[in-house]
Design a protein around this ligand. Structure first.
Ligand code: SAH
Ligand code: SF4
Ligand code: F3S
Length: 450
C-alpha cells in the first residue's frame, strides 16, 4: 500500500485523536504517541469529531477486541467519504497481527504501524511511507523511553520496563504481536521515574508482559537479587515517589527475593496481580503455563506471611478447549482457596496462529457464559468479604481525582489496591489522606476523611 500523508500539504499542524483498546501497555503507548506527535508540531484533538487524524491503538487478545476496532474503523470510513483529507491509522497489536491485510478489510485505512515501530509514527505522518511493513527485524527500536505528557491532575503513571514475551502460552497472541523480550536499562527507567516524580507523579506502575522476568539472561543476579528486585530497590530511592506497583508477574518466576521485597520495601504496594488462568493442572499444562495450582497456593501463602494484608487479584480464562466441568470446578476451588479479592475472567477466544487455535473450541458459548457467571459470583462475594473488614477502619488513600458523582466526592486507591470514594472539602490530588470507611459495595469502599 503506497500512501502519502503530508503535513505540509494539509498546511497546518494536524489535530490528532488516539482511541485506545486493550491493556495498560497500550494506554502507555497511546500517551507516548501523543507526546511524540505533539513534539512534531501536531495538536491533541479534544475529541474524535474534531480530529484530522484518528489513530486506533488496537488489541488482538480476544476476537471481540478486534471486532470492536474494525467496527470503529468502518464507522470512521464513512466520515472519510465526506472529507478525503481525514486520515485513519491502525496501530498496536492488530497492526502487527494483520499487517497489510487491514487495507483489504477496510480500504479507508491510511496507515498501519505495529507496537514495535511506534517511535516512527511522527515520520509516517509527516512524510508518508511506501510499502509500510510492520515489525521489520533490525528496524525495531526499543522505543520505551519518552517525555510523558504531564498534566497537573495526574499523580499516577505507567512505566514500561520491557517489551515482548518469550513464553509460548498456547492461547496467547502477545508473543506474535509484541515480539521477544527486550529490557530497558535500569538507569533509563530510573531517569524516567525521577522525571515523573519532579512532575507530580506519586505512584508508578511498572509494566511488562512478565515483569518478574525483567533482565532475562541479559542482566545478572546481584547480592542474591534478581534484576527485577534490583530495579524495585533502585526506584524505591526516588524522592517524591510514594508507591510502586507492577503488572503482571508470572507465577513461574515469582522468586523468593520478590516475596521478601514485599516485606522490605515500604514503597512497594502490598498488592499483587497474579494471573492463574486455570486451577486445573491438566489445563495449565496444556496451556504451557509451567506451574500447578499447588505452586500458586505456595506463592500466595508466602506472600501473606510476608505481608498479611496483601491484596491479591488474578486473571482466569474459562472455556479453554477440553475444559470439563471438573477442570472448571478446580479453577473455582483455586480461586477460593487462594482468597483472591478480585479477578478478571475471560471467555476463551481462539486466536489464529496460536497453538490452541489448532484445537477444537469445544466448550459452547452458552457454557462459557455460565462458567463466567459462576466465577463472577465468587469474585463478587470475595470482594464483598474483603471490603467488609475495612468498615470503621481507617485506610490510606492516594487521591487521584474527582469522583464522577456527588459534590465534594474524590476517589483514590489504598495501598492494597482497593478503590475508595470519599467526601472531602479540599482538592488534594496526589496527596495521601486517611479515610474512615463507612460503607462498601462490591467494587468500592466509601468513607469520609478521618
Ligand atoms: N502477560 C500476562 C497476560 C497478558 S494478556 C500474563 O501472562 O499474565 C491478559 C489476559 O488476557 C491473560 O492473563 C489471559 O487471562 C487473557 N487472555 C489471553 N489470551 C486469551 C484468549 N485467547 N482468550 C481469552 N483470554 C485470553
Ligand atoms: Fe501471553 Fe503467556 Fe506471554 Fe502472558 S506469559 S503475554 S499469557 S504468552
Ligand atoms: Fe495488550 Fe491486547 Fe496487545 S492485551 S499486549 S494490547 S494484544
Amino acid at each position: 500500500m503506497a500512501w502519502i500523508l503530508n503535513k505540509s500539504a494539509v498546511g497546518k499542524a494536524l489535530r490528532i485523536f488516539v482511541k485506545t483498546y486493550g491493556c495498560q501497555m497500550n494506554e502507555r503507548d497511546s500517551e507516548m504517541i501523543l507526546s511524540q506527535l505533539q513534539r512534531a508540531g501536531h495538536v491533541i484533538a479534544a475529541n474524535e469529531s474534531v480530529a484530522d487524524v484518528v489513530i486506533l491503538n488496537t488489541c488482538s487478545i480476544r476476537e471481540q477486541a478486534e471486532v470492536k476496532a474494525l467496527g470503529k474503523s468502518g464507522y470512521l470510513s464513512r466520515r472519510k467519504r465526506a472529507d478525503p483529507n481525514f486520515r485513519i491509522g491502525i496501530v498496536g497489536c492488530m497492526a502487527e497481527n494483520f499487517g497489510g491485510k487491514l487495507f483489504e478489510l477496510n480500504s479507508a485505512i491510511d496507515f498501519v504501524v505495529g507496537p514495535r515501530r511506534l517511535h516512527e509514527l511522527a515520520d509516517v505522518i509527516a512524510n508518508g511511507m511506501d510499502n509500510l511493513r510492520t515489525g521489520e527485524p533490525g528496524k525495531e527500536n526499543f522505543s520505551q523511553g519518552f517525555d510523558h505528557l504531564r498534566s497537573q491532575s495526574k499523580c499516577t503513571a505507567f512505566v514500561s520496563i520491557m517489551q515482548g514475551c518469550n513464553m509460548r502460552c498456547s492461547y496467547c497472541i502477545v508473543p506474535r504481536t509484541r515480539g521477544r523480550e527486550s529490557y530497558r536499562r535500569m538507569d533509563d527507567v530510573a531517569e524516567e521515574v525521577k522525571f515523573l516524580a519532579r512532575n507530580g507523579v506519586r505512584e508508578i506502575t511498572l509494566l511488562g508482559q512478565i515483569v518478574n522476568s525483567y533482565g532475562g539472561r541479559k542482566m545478572s543476579i546481584a547480592g542474591g537479587k534478581t534484576p527485577f528486585v534490583q530495579l524495585l530497590e533502585k526506584l524505591s530511592e526516588v524522592d517524591g515517589i510514594l508507591r510502586i506497583r507492577y503488572m503482571s508477574p508470572h507465577p513461574c518466576s515469582f522468586s523468593n527475593d520478590l516475596i521478601a521485597a514485599h516485606g522490605n520495601l515500604p514503597k512497594l504496594c502490598p498488592a499483587v496481580h497474579l494471573p492463574i488462568q486455570s486451577g486445573s493442572d491438566r489445563i495449565l499444562s496444556d496451556m504451557r503455563r509451567q506451574y500447578t495450582g499447588e505452586k500458586i497456593l505456595q506463592i500466595v501463602e508466602k506472600l501473606r506471611a510476608a505481608v498479611p494484608h496483601i491484596g491479591l487479584s488474578t486473571d482466569v480464562i474459562v472455556g479453554y478447549p477440553g475444559e470439563t466441568e471438573e477442570d472448571f470446578a478446580e479453577t473455582v476451588s483455586l480461586f477460593d482457596s487462594a482468597k483472591f479479592n478480585m479477578a478478571f475472567v475471560f471467555k476463551y477466544s481462539p486466536r489464529a496462529g496460536t497453538k490452541s487455535a489448532e484445537m477444537v473450541d469445544d466448550v459452547p458459548e452458552s457454557e462459557k457464559v455460565r462458567r463466567n457467571q459462576i466465577l463472577l459470583k465468587h469474585i463478587e462475594e470475595a470482594s464483598l468479604r474483603c471490603h467488609r473488614q475495612f468498615v470503621d477502619h481507617t485506610v490510606e488513600v492516594l487521591v487521584e481525582g474527582r469522583a464522577k458523582r456527588g459534590e465534594n466526592m474524590m476517589f483514590g486507591w489504598t495501598p492494597n489496591h482497593l478503590k475508595v470514594i470519599f467526601e472531602t472539602a479540599g482538592n488534594a490530588i496526589g496527596e495521601i489522606v486517611r479515610v474512615r470507611v463507612t460503607s462498601f459495595a462490591a467494587t468500592v469502599l466509601c468513607g469520609v476523611v478521618a
